[in-house]
Structures are given as structure tokens and as C-alpha cells.
Design a protein around this ligand. Structure first.
Ligand code: TRP
Length: 334
């Protein structure tokens, strides 16, 4: 039997996730996990690049671990671990830093955006963020990396660094491919459908979080901005209705044409209720399951412990190869 290819992806434990994050990441992870040797990480070291309250970070990390599990990541089949538990991530970052140039990092779109947003804390970690992400990916000889569209530039850098290292020191890393799932089709704000849905929106009605209960979801969709006219079709001059249709299709796995037919002749009110119900039917059971898992910290600790051990074995194989290639002395033991 042919060995399965390696899939690696990670999410930052930086707070509640929106349905956009769910569609762009977790939904794909569950679908892809058994076709690959899947490795999923809680990118806690990345999260430290913007100021965190330590107690909140800890809570968010448990929340995210529980959410991965509630979304169907099977910890026996896949590897689920916290990035900080496997020190090879930080170690490979150091080596990759020596083949990466500051100009490559200072022109990253996300670095520029985050620097503008966190003017009082433009730290070295924020700039080095993509190198840590490259280390995450390259440590596991990853072939497929499911990412959101906003991470494309970072994946490109991971590929560049891998190629550069391979050229300089000989074949060491596999060159990873990105995977941007079709349901990562951008989910827009419910209040301003020209803008991306964001969990940091000051208007809580603009986004649906994975922590929203059915009543909240229904209420938010009822308030969602629609467009003039009364047709329920996707088109450039109807950003509100288009967004609601996109969400409906992503949550029901129906093609757009079918959804348009289904709502032909129906009113906006009825349509918004149907979208709310479709979303709640997926999100509510996930939220309940997440809370159930969250109540058992010992179980989560056990999953992460096992995950870290399995990840570490794989990671250190690559790290040892890298250290040898660059000419570091092998450490003698015993
Ligand atoms: N930077 C990614 C994000 O915010 C998270 C991440 C960290 C990641 N390391 C990764 C994604 C490695 C894919 C592969 O979305």
C-alpha cells in the first residue's frame, strides 16, 4: 500500500472562531483527515506575537482543542498537538531564519496590516511569524497545507525557504502545496457585506461565532443586511443576498443554482430564517459537543500529550537531518 501523504495545518488560539474560520479550516480538516497522515496544531507560539493575557491564552487554547475535537478531528487517526509542546518548531525557526532575509518578511501583507493595527507592539516575533509557520510545515515533510486565502503569501515563503535550503545544503525538505478549499469562499460581514466577516468586529451582529447558540444565530440572521429588490440570486450588485446564499450553500452543501431555485419567489424574511436554521443545525451541536469536551480538561491534556509525543518523533527526524546538513556536531548521548 502506498504511504499516505502528510497534511499539516494549524489554527491560532486567539479567541472565538467565526463560521468563516469554520468553513475555511475545520470543515475541510475533517473532510481531508483520513485521506492523509493528518497533523493539526494549536499555533500558540504564533499567538504570542500580539499581546495576550496569559490566563486568557490558556483558556483559548483549551477552547480551540475542544473545538477541533467537536468538529470531528479524530485524535487517534490524526495528530493533534500544541505547537509549544514540540520544541523542534522553535529550533527549526532559528535555522530557517539564517536563510531568510528581512526584506522578505517586512513586505508581507499580514505583517504590514498587523503592524498598523498593533503600532505599540511591533515585535520581532510579529515579523518572524511566517518563518515559524514555515518551520511548522517543513518539519513534517508536509505535502498539503489547507490554509485560508490570507495565508497564501506565507505558504509561498515556506516553499521558497525550503527550496533555498535544499539548493544550499542538499535535498532536505519536501516542497508543500497549499490547499484553499472552495468553501473558504469568503464569508462576509452580516452588517457590511463588502467587508470580510471578522471576530474582532465591534458590531457583534456582524459575525456568527462558533459559540453562538441557536437563538443568537437566528436573531443575527434576521438582522442581516439585505439589498434592494426582492430576488434571491447571487450577483455583484447584491452583496448581502450573495453572502447569505454563500453561507447557506456552504452549510447545506448545496450548489448555488439549487439554492436559488429553492428560494425563487420567496421573501427575504423567509430566506433569512432558512439560512439561520441551516447554520444553527451545524453550529449548535458543535458548540454543545465542544462544551461537553471542555468540561474534561484531563481528557484534553491526554490528547495533547499523546499528540505531542507523536509529533515530536516526526519533527525530530527532520530537525536532526537539518542540523547535520548545516554542519552542527551531532550530540553524543550516554
Ligand atoms: N498562520 C495561520 C493562521 O493564522 C495559522 C498557522 C500557523 C498555520 N502555522 C501554520 C497554518 C502552518 C497552516 C500551516 O491562519
Amino acid at each position: 500500500m502506498e504511504e499516505k501523504k502528510v497534511l499539516f495545518s494549524a489554527i491560532q488560539p486567539s479567541g472565538i472562531l467565526t463560521i468563516g474560520n469554520y468553513l475555511g479550516a475545520l470543515k475541510n480538516f475533517r473532510r481531508l483527515q483520513s485521506d492523509y497522515r493528518s497533523i493539526f496544531s494549536l499555533a500558540d507560539l504564533h499567538t504570542l506575537t500580539v499581546r495576550q493575557d496569559p490566563a486568557v491564552l490558556k483558556k483559548n487554547t483549551y477552547e480551540l482543542a475542544a473545538l477541533y475535537l467537536a468538529c470531528g478531528i479524530n485524535p487517534e487517526e490524526s495528530v493533534l498537538f500544541a505547537q509549544s509542546h514540540v520544541s523542534a518548531h522553535a529550533e527549526l525557526t532559528w535555522i530557517l531564519n539564517t536563510v531568510c532575509y528581512p526584506g522578505e518578511l517586512s513586505r508581507m501583507t499580514q505583517f504590514k496590516d498587523k503592524s498598523a493595527k498593533h503600532e505599540d507592539n511591533i515585535n520581532m516575533g510579529l515579523m518572524d511569524y511566517p518563518v515559524l509557520m514555515a518551520a511548522d510545515i517543513l518539519l513534517y515533510q508536509t505535502e498539503l497545507v489547507p490554509i485560508g486565502a490570507d495565508q497564501k503569501q506565507h505558504l509561498e515563503l515556506a516553499r521558497d525557504l525550503a527550496e533555498r535550503f535544499n539548493n544550499r545544503f542538499g535535498e532536505t525538505f519536501k516542497i508543500p502545496e497549499g490547499y484553499i478549499g472552495k468553501s473558504a469562499a469568503r464569508v462576509m460581514s452580516l452588517a457590511e457585506p463588502e467587508r470580510k466577516m471578522s471576530k474582532s468586529d465591534a458590531n457583534l451582529n456582524a459575525f456568527i461565532s462558533m459559540n453562538d447558540d441557536t437563538d443568537t444565530i437566528m436573531r443575527k440572521f434576521k438582522r442581516a443586511v439585505t439589498d434592494s429588490g426582492d430576488k434571491i440570486i447571487a450577483s455583484a450588485d447584491k452583496p448581502g443576498i450573495t453572502n447569505l446564499l454563500t453561507i447557506y450553500c456552504a452549510f447545506t452543501d448545496k450548489p448555488l443554482s439549487e439554492a436559488e431555485k429553492e428560494f425563487d419567489g420567496k421573501g427575504y424574511g423567509e430566506f433569512k430564517t432558512a439560512v439561520g436554521e441551516a447554520v444553527a443545525a451545524v453550529v449548535d451541536p458543535i458548540r454543545c459537543e465542544k462544551n461537553r469536551i471542555l468540561a474534561d480538561k484531563e481528557y484534553i491534556d491526554g490528547v495533547l500529550k499523546d499528540g505531542a509525543e507523536r509529533a515530536e518523533r516526526l519533527a525530530y527526524k527532520t530537525l536532526a537531518k537539518v542540523y547535520k546538513k548545516v554542519g552542527l556536531l551531532p550530540r553524543r548521548r550516554g
